[in-house]
Design a binder for this molecule. Structure first.
Ligand code: 3EB
Length: 339
């Protein structure tokens, strides 16, 4: 059989470097219309009931409670055909250059063991898919601040996560952008964006890198980057970690108003640091679509909404979710991407 010399148009597109997904916001009805599109990588839904992925479909349910208006669906779109299949505990949505993978393992009393196992499986899957870079990870852990021994579950989770990453030889310079909050359910919900090419780590000059936090917050520091930038063929993306009212390494302020203001200062400075790698970061907070805001107390929603409306462009899409951050004194956390 003659060897193939020419690449088809589809193959050429597949081998174009830096093909990364972008996102758009859709109504639930519009999202249902594109669930079978070959270019739909994943559909992220908040406020749904069943977080466990059952059949093979692009839907990813966070199971989190939405505050205020129903949240739009965030569609991750690729310019290559996406495939959807199961691999072990994970549901995989992939193209040649990237994947969104999701798992909802049963939570155990031992958050360290849970984290070590799921990260080990995630890293093995990433290697198998030849998409070794974890760019972004979303993690929702039940009872995040409940005690476990002399520590709490978040601190144990940090230990398990670090053990698995270190065993795989994962460099702190490549730590994913992450968020880690609680959910009201009994499963850890974890989904991650994997890539063939590494991102550029962006840290925040007014915050100590999380992986250098002192031991007062736990025996093992959290393994995440403040943000990762990924150079695309046409446009760069920025994946922004959960950002809170943390200055240096300490939580600041007791009121939600002040925490929101401090969080926005953190986000703005992080974006400024990212401009060389993602020019759209110059547009500031308005470039983060949607901005996701996690609130510890649902009573803080009206105040938060009014405060953010004054700081964002008119009609800017913000999704408010009820979730507890990993430190009890943090009332708010925000994340998103420049997709
Ligand atoms: C902070 O700045 C807030 O452990 O994966 C934010 C994002 C936070 C991710 C994680 C923790 C994590 O430390 C908490």
């Amino acid at each position: 059989m003659a060897s193939r010399i020419y690449l088809s148009t589809l193959e050429k597109r597949r081998f174009q470097p830096g093909s990364v997904p972008r996102t758009e916001l859709l109504s639930p009805t519009a999202a249902t219309r594109v669930e079978n599109s070959p270019y739909t990588l994943a559909l992220i839904r908040h406020g749904g009931t069943s977080p466990a992925p059952t059949g093979i479909s692009p839907w990813i349910d966070t199971g989190l409670t939405v505050l205020g208006d129903p949240a739009p669906i965030q569609r991750w779109i690729t310019d290559e055909t996406a495939e959807h299949f199961r691999s072990g505990r994970f549901l995989v949505h992939r193209t040649h250059n990237c994947a969104m993978v999701v798992a909802a393992p049963e939570d155990t009393e031992d958050a360290e063991g849970t984290a070590e196992r799921v990260y080990r499986e995630l890293l093995m899957l990433a290697a198998k898919l030849r998409l070794p870079q974890i760019l972004r990870i979303w993690q929702y852990l039940p009872r995040i601040t409940a005690p476990q021994g002399s520590e709490n579950r978040y601190q144990r989770y940090c230990a398990g996560r670090q053990i698995a990453l270190a065993k795989a030889g994962y460099s702190p310079r490549a730590f994913p952008a992450a968020c880690l909050l609680d959910n009201q359910g009994d499963q850890l919900i974890l989904y991650a964006l994997l890539s063939a090419t590494p991102g550029v780590q962006i840290e925040n000059p007014r915050q100590v890198s999380a992986f250098h936090y002192p031991r007062i917050y736990g025996r093992v520091a959290p393994s995440f980057s403040r943000a990762l930038a990924l150079r695309g063929a046409e446009q760069s993306r920025l994946y922004i970690s959960g950002t809170a009212s943390v200055v240096g390494h300490a939580s600041r302020h007791t009121s939600v108003e002040d925490q929101i203001e401090e969080t926005l200062v953190n986000l703005e400075l992080l974006l400024e640091s990212a401009i060389p790698y993602c020019p759209r970061a110059r547009q500031g907070l308005g470039a983060i679509i949607p901005l996701k805001v996690y609130l510890r107390n649902r009573e803080d929603y009206p105040q938060s909404r009014a405060q953010l409306a004054a700081r964002l462009p008119a009609e800017h899409p913000v999704i408010y979710l009820k979730a507890n951050a990993c430190r009890e004194n943090l009332l708010v956390e925000m994340e998103g991407e420049i997709g």
